[in-house]
Design a protein around this ligand. Structure first.
Ligand code: GLU
Length: 296
């Protein structure tokens, strides 16, 4: 079977959970979609643990992810990949972007950002309010002094980056050709002050490094792909194809979430639910009462 130019055996997909809590049904659904996408085309499924946030990632959650995958009957190819083992590579890429003058230090605290937003009004983006750019144009003397003494994030100057790369596009198998619109998310943080790399930078580098041909993931990450496409152009990385699928919502229409204590797979496992049967139900879009799937 081929998928727009990819021979079956060349297809490489990943499931990339973050071990900062127990996985829930939404993850099980995403894992099944990624697994089936790869296996139905004779491709590979990699399991990548996105544990860059050392403060929130826990070994017990990694163990639970592996147990969940086995319970659902989803095997993976090769060794489990850990982002925490790749921090030097992320730092190298961040340095490259810094050298190109594309990152700037941002000294704003959350409350600084909130008070600017109150004063100037919120600029809404698909993932929440957009950073207003307070620190984008600070003078070089001020930056040189403050950077030595004040905690700071490093943000991508998206406007400058886009002027460098020109127009970019990407393809989503469920949503068609997309014109990249990285400005929609504003100047995202690439090096957070409390962890060494952001999700956006790590995931973009890893998808290239792991040879991912098809990024199969939830539509809640659709907007992030605009930034990932920009980073691919800036760092000279290959562009995978994308498959953004629908996500599961709870009774009140909110995304299932670890932080809101959505029922975990670990609890279902312990209650003796059969994981293979559950996976097959998810594949047929049969969900527990109250759970719905968004359109892709
Ligand atoms: N680690 C991300 C999460 O758990 C998913 C990353 C991705 O699929 O790009 O939400």
């Amino acid at each position: 079977m081929t998928s727009r130019g990819y021979l079956g055996q060349d297809i490489v997909v990943r499931f990339a959970p973050s071990p900062n809590g127990l996985l829930h049904l939404g993850h099980a659904y995403a894992a099944c979609v990624a697994y089936d996408y790869a296996r139905e085309r004779g491709g590979k499924l990699l399991l990548r643990i996105e544990d860059i946030d050392a403060g929130r990632s826990k070994a017990e959650f990694v163990d639970s992810i592996l147990a969940d995958m086995r319970w659902l009957g989803l095997d993976w190819d090769g060794d489990v990949i850990f982002q925490s083992e790749r921090l030097a590579k992320y730092a190298e890429a961040a340095e490259n972007l810094k050298q190109k003058g594309l990152l700037y230090p941002c000294f704003c605290s959350r409350s600084d950002i909130r008070s600017v937003q109150k004063k100037e009004g919120l600029i809404k983006g698909p993932d929440g309010p957009i950073y207003s750019g307070t620190c984008r144009n600070l003078g070089s003397d001020e930056v040189a002094t403050r950077v030595k003494t004040e905690p700071h994030n490093w943000r991508l100057d998206v406007g400058k980056a886009v002027r460098l790369t020109g127009d970019l596009s990407w393809h989503d198998e469920r949503h068609g050709d997309q014109q990249a619109d990285p400005a929609a998310l504003g100047d995202v943080v690439l090096i957070p002050k409390d962890t060494s790399v952001s999700y956006h930078l790590a995931v973009t580098l890893d998808d290239a490094r792991d040879g991912i041909t098809h990024v199969v993931r939830g539509a809640d990450l659709f907007a992030s792909t605009h930034i990932h496409r920009l980073l691919q152009a800036l760092l000279d990385l290959p562009v995978p194809r994308y498959v953004h699928h629908g996500i599961l919502l709870d009774e009140i229409g909110l995304k299932l979430s670890k932080s809101r204590d959505s029922a975990s797979l670990a609890v279902l496992r312990e209650e003796g639910v059969d994981g293979h049967i559950l996976a097959n139900e998810l594949r047929k879009n049969i969900f527990p009462v109250g759970i719905t799937l968004t359109k892709d």
